[in-house]
Every structure is written in C-alpha cells, then in structure tokens.
Design a protein around this ligand. Structure first.
Ligand code: OKS
Ligand code: ZN
Length: 342
C-alpha cells in the first residue's frame, strides 16, 4: 500500500494543553507521525511518497473562507503583538452570547473554535495545509485506480467542522478528501471513523447530505470528549436523514464489544453501496492510550483491517488520533497490514 507523507507536520508542535486541571505537554506531538512512518518503513508496507500541492480550492470546498483566512493569518497577527508563546483560544460564543466575529485575534479564535485543544504556532497553518494535501494526494491515487492508500496526516482532522477548529484538528482531511471524490464525479462516499473520539466535524459537514454516509464508533459522548455531539439519535437531517450512524460505546469496551459495533457499521456501509470508503483511522482505542478508555490490543488492529477489507471497496485511510506513541506505529500499520492480508 502506498503511503503519502509530508515532513511539514514537524512545523506544528504545540506546547501545552489543559488535562485534568493541569497544563500538560501536548499529546498530539510530531513523534506520532514519525513513529508511524518508521513502522511503515520497517514493515515494508510499500512506497512512501510526498504530498503534491493541490492548492486551497479543494480545502475551501469544505471550510469557511473566514476560518481559513483566520488560520492562515493568525500567527502573524499574534507575533505582531510581540507574542512568542502559542496562541490559544479561551472565550467562546456559547449560550447567551452573540454569534458574531469580533476584531481581536483571541476573539476571532474563539469564534472559529469549540475548545482550547488547538494551539496555533508559527508553523501550524503550513502543517495543517500540508496535512490536507497529504489526504488529497492519497485521494488522487485512489481516484486514479489504486485500491488503497494511506494518508499519514498530521495534524488530524475529524473534529474540525466547516468553520470550527477543535480537539487537535484544524482542517478536516477526511472531509476534504470525500468532497474531492464527489467533485471528481463520485456519487456516494462512505466515511468510517474508528477513532476513539466522535468525529463531530465530519458529521456536521455532511449531516444534511445523502452523498456521504458517515459511520462512527466512539466513546459515548455522555462521558467522553467531544461531549456535545456523537449520540445515537443523530441520524442525519433533511436530505441527509438516515445517512449518519453513531455507535457510541461504553468505557472499557474491548474487541468483542467493539467488533460487534464494527459489524453493524460495516453492514450500513455495505447497504449504502458506496463507490469508495474513507477510514478516519485513529488508534486511540488502544488499551494503553493515555487519554482514552477502550481496550483494543495490538493484534486486534490486524482483525480491524481484515474486516474493513471485506467491504471490498477502494479504501483511503486517513490518520487521526492515537497517543501511545511507542505503539502508534504498530497499531496503525497493523490495520493496513490486516487490510492487505499480509
Ligand atoms: C483536553 C483533551 C481533549 C481530547 C481531544 C481528543 C483528540 C482526539 N484538552 N480526537 O480524535 O484524539
Ligand atoms: Zn481521538
């Protein structure tokens, strides 16, 4: 399987995030992608190719132009104020507050985000832009006839909505790839999100549309980030009614529990008869993940890949979360090797 990778992810390295009342070093760190890349090489999964530049247009097909302008220009505005530390949002237009964009860089960041897990550093725009280009390059290979490809994206994307960043995500790489397929003439795209967290951004982008089926297995949002989306009664709206399937699972879910939900998700995908499958591949379902509460083991990821392969669809894997860095490469590549039946 071909892997697409960009070194630009190193340009994004946030310092801190708030976890359990304490400022901790960011879990979403460059080593994550480095470990996955090293495992791809060690296992000889296939060639690793750089991203090509497809420009801003395919990104703007999914994201709000105001948010893109903000993300692209925020660091320069922050630095011009004499600041050197990470730019972090801290006020949001929630209940009782006005939904309008203020002038200040902090006010605008709050307007375009839903949590504080999205530090903007000097290289964040370039890293997020290149991460989207990684997804688009892998998408191009599948549209050109490849049966699978791995977009080694970092930063991840599935929490990012059209005009909201959050949960370590700036640009929704999987959604941008899905929209690219549609713009190239595909009519039905399925997205299977196996990350531990609900892909609230991806869901919201396609919620009222029938051309993208979104299926997500995740920690029950009643007790897990992102808390405010991802419940089982969210089934789509308008033309999208019936094209959104959330499968929230309890803390402690292991392979028997998780794989039963996967079976249900795969059945929905099979019924939909998509032309292509995008897998939002997070491996924070791992038993040793520091911020998650599922209990999948490294061999389970081989079974996951084999089950996805049984859908018999051209499949684009897009990297999302996973924070047990010593094992992230093993687990992510196990899915790909399971898919390839190696
Ligand atoms: C608090 C922790 C927020 C958890 C973000 C989860 C990101 C993730 N700062 N999404 O898939 O892995
Ligand atoms: Zn996650």
């Amino acid at each position: 399987m071909l892997t697409i990778y960009s070194d630009d992810h190193h340009l994004h390295h946030g310092r801190c995030e708030l976890i359990d009342g304490q400022l901790m070093p960011c879990f979403e760190k460059p080593e994550r992608a480095d470990f996955i890349r090293e495992r791809v090489l060690a296992r000889q999964l296939g060639p690793i190719e750089p991203a090509r530049d497809w420009g801003l247009a395919p990104i703007a097909r999914v994201h709000d132009q105001g948010m893109l302008d903000f993300l692209q220009g925020a660091w320069a505005r922050w630095a011009a104020l004499g600041q050197e530390g990470d730019l972090l949002p801290y006020t949001w237009p929630t209940r009782t507050l006005r939904q309008q964009k203020p002038d200040s860089v902090h006010g605008q960041f709050g307007y375009y985000s839903f949590d504080a897990g999205v530090p903007i550093t000097a290289g964040t725009w370039q890293a997020a832009y290149s991460s989207a280009q990684v997804a688009l390059t892998a998408q191009h290979h599948i549209a050109s006839g490849a049966t699978s490809a791995f977009a080694l994206c970092r930063p991840p994307g599935h929490h990012a909505a059209a005009d909201l960043m959050g949960g370590y995500c700036y640009l929704n790489n999987a959604a941008i790839a899905a929209q690219a397929f549609l713009d190239q003439g595909y009519r039905r795209v399925a997205i299977l999100d196996v990350d531990y967290h609900h892909g609230n951004g991806t869901q919201s982008i396609f919620y009222e549309r029938s051309d993208v089926l979104f299926v997500s297995l995740h920690g029950d949002p009643a007790i897990e980030f992102p808390f405010f989306l991802g419940y089982a009664d969210e089934t789509g709206a308008g033309a999208g009614e019936g094209y959104n399937l959330n499968l929230p699972l309890p803390a402690g879910s292991d392979w028997p529990v998780w794989s039963a939900a996967l079976k249900q998700g795969c059945q929905a995908i099979d019924d939909y008869q998509p032309e292509v499958l995008i897998v939002s591949l997070g491996v924070d379902t791992f038993e040793l993940d520091p911020i998650s509460r599922f209990k999948l083991t490294s061999p389970d990821y081989l079974k996951m890949g084999a089950r996805i392969r049984a859908l018999n669809l051209p499949t684009l894997f897009v990297m999302e979360g996973g924070y047990a860095v010593e094992a992230i490469g093993i687990n992510a590549v196990n899915v790909l090797e399971g898919f390839e039946q190696r």
